[in-house]
Design a protein around this ligand. Structure first.
Ligand SMILES: [Zn+2]
Length: 261
């Protein structure tokens, strides 16, 4: 592992991502196994060199090693990279330590939703710069960002417990990567009825029930862990009303392959 660039610490990001407990789970959940399989299946044939940006603990990277000539993983969390069985670099997606067009395919999964607007624009320029042929992106599909907000028990700030800042839909996807055109896209993962803004409002403002996560880190005060969810039976009742009338189910994730234009 080499530390090419010291990643900038924004809102306690490293305090969150460098938690050992987040990484290296050998037993991936069924959902995660599906995500990994779908992503691998979307990689075009004949690609020799792959960069996995925001590779985390290498759950994808480690499966790429046997299939491609050169595989490199990049992440801001050194703790996560300990599990990666490939060349790795500690670097943010906004400053990739590679030459222009250094890799045929640049993979960036479950990363872009974590960036603010300024970081996202910069990250997309970097993916485009280091990829010679393809960029493959996956992000949550039409996520309700409010639904995953937790509340800090210390300073009462509310924030997305997984640090998501961006929401992606099909329209946004079309023009995402500068200099690349969208070759194909699909949605995958479990299908569910999306939360309605009113459900989320009732849950938060009337029931005082927020998403609980023990690993979340408050961006305002750095406290670890959000308030336990309250009035869970009532909150479940509110969620159950989504089935009346039956709405459109949506898949969890969006996968998009871009080819250099
Ligand atoms: Zn706080």
């Amino acid at each position: 592992m080499s530390r090419d660039v010291v990643p900038d610490e924004r809102d306690g990001a490293l305090r969150y991502y460098d938690q050992a407990d987040l990484w290296g789970d050998d037993e991936l959940s069924a959902m995660e196994r599906e995500r990994v399989a779908e992503t691998l299946a979307a990689i075009p044939d004949g690609v020799a060199t792959v960069l996995d940006v925001g590779c985390g603990d290498g759950r994808l990277t480690n499966r790429l090693v046997a299939r491609h000539e050169r595989v490199v993983g990049v992440d801001i969390a050194a703790e996560a990279l300990r599990h990666v069985a490939a060349e790795t670099h500690v670097a943010p997606v906004t400053a990739l330590p590679f030459e222009d067009r250094a890799f045929e395919l640049v993979l960036c999964t479950e990363v872009l939703e974590h960036l603010d607007d300024e970081q996202l624009a910069c990250a997309l320029r970097e993916l485009s710069r280091v990829a010679s042929r393809f960029v493959l992106v996956s992000v949550p599909f039409e996520e309700s960002l409010a639904n995953a907000e937790g509340r800090c028990p210390d300073c009462r700030a509310t924030f997305h417990v997984f640090r998501h800042h961006q929401r992606f839909d099909a329209a946004r996807l079309a023009q995402l990567v500068p200099g690349f055109s969208l070759a194909r896209w699909s949605t995958f993962g479990p299908a569910f009825l999306p939360p309605r803004p009113l459900d989320v409002w009732i849950q938060h403002r009337l029931l005082g029930s927020w998403h609980h996560s023990a690993a979340a880190v408050c961006p305002r005060c750095g406290h670890r862990g959000t308030e336990p969810s309250r009035r869970r039976a009532l909150a479940r009742g509110v969620r159950a009303t989504r089935r009346l009338p039956p709405g459109r189910r949506k898949r969890q994730w969006l996968l998009a392959l871009y080819a250099r234009a």
